[in-house]
Design a protein around this ligand. Sequence first.
Ligand code: KG4
Ligand code: ZN
Length: 342
Amino acid sequence: MPEINKDIYILAIESSCDDTAAAVLKNNTVLSNLVARQAIHEQYGGVVPELASRAHQANIVPVVEMALKKANIDKNQIAAICFTQGPGLMGSLVVGSSFAKSMALALNIPLIAVHHMHAHIFAHFIAEDGYESPTFPFLALTISGGHTQIVLVKDFFNVEVIGQTTDDAVGECFDKTAKILGFPYPGGPLIDQLAKNGDAKKYKFTIPKIPNLDFSFSGLKTQIMYFIQKNMKDHPNFIEENKADICASVQYTIIKILEEKVELAMQQTGINQIAIGGGVSANSGIREKFIANQETKGWKTYIPKFEYTTDNAAMIGIVGYHKYLHQMFEDVNVVSKARMDM
Ligand code: KG4
Ligand code: ZN
């Protein structure tokens, strides 16, 4: 059994996509949380898996060293090492898991595997001054470049996906729209920025009719593509002259889709707590709407600190900490998984 009166230091590693991240936690607080972003993908308009794994190999040792240094702890103080097991890009995951295994073996400490989407949900349990965590049961909306899910969270280790995308993820919809508009990758943050000065009601896009709590975003992307092609034909400067309004209108539609499904999930479960996570929850329009819904619709909205919403290792660390308390350790023959059930 772990000694409960002793502080527990956890080293966490996240390498599921194109960011190499390491964090050190002391119990449920974060001592350091570092991310090495890979700019190389911008010129290709998306993440190139082969380049991502090479960059992880180059970045992982310096990022871990920096995380330990910033936390001001020695590697011999670490109680366990946790890493993202999946889902994600295989070549990227393998760099993180192999590193974690080697270091755990060298230090003779436990190894802990973490589900990436689990981590996006439990980022809400990182102890931060002034941040109140949700209470069980609650609903989580995890929105990223790879996922769009509504999860019923009953406990730390009891989560159920009750709705998900049937095609593109919401982040993909943002990024593909940005690509159609000729913006650099990833275009989500730029759409968010431009939307602030645009008229959200100027252009109307149809909300897809998808049953139950599932989502679909590929139809919206196609709608946007035809809308742009049609307008550009008669008006070659159409994008340039209207980009703020286009971004605001697209973002408005995306928020409406998310909001309607969350509302339905609340009706079906009788739960009014909604915790958002994943890179897209950095979107200011989504944040504003979900916060406003506390007043107008009686929601209880939880949004973690910005650095815990996009891919980061602190969120892997908080799940690792709870798994450590429950002694949920792995053998060194544990394998990375590109696809992984919750
Ligand atoms: O969770 P994340 O960092 O990585 C994945 O696991 O996918 O999410 C990245 C996604 C990208 O699609 C990016 O465009 C989107 O999050 N994103 C945003 C914003 N910031 C990041 N989308 C809209 N508005 C933003 N402010
Ligand atoms: Zn993510």
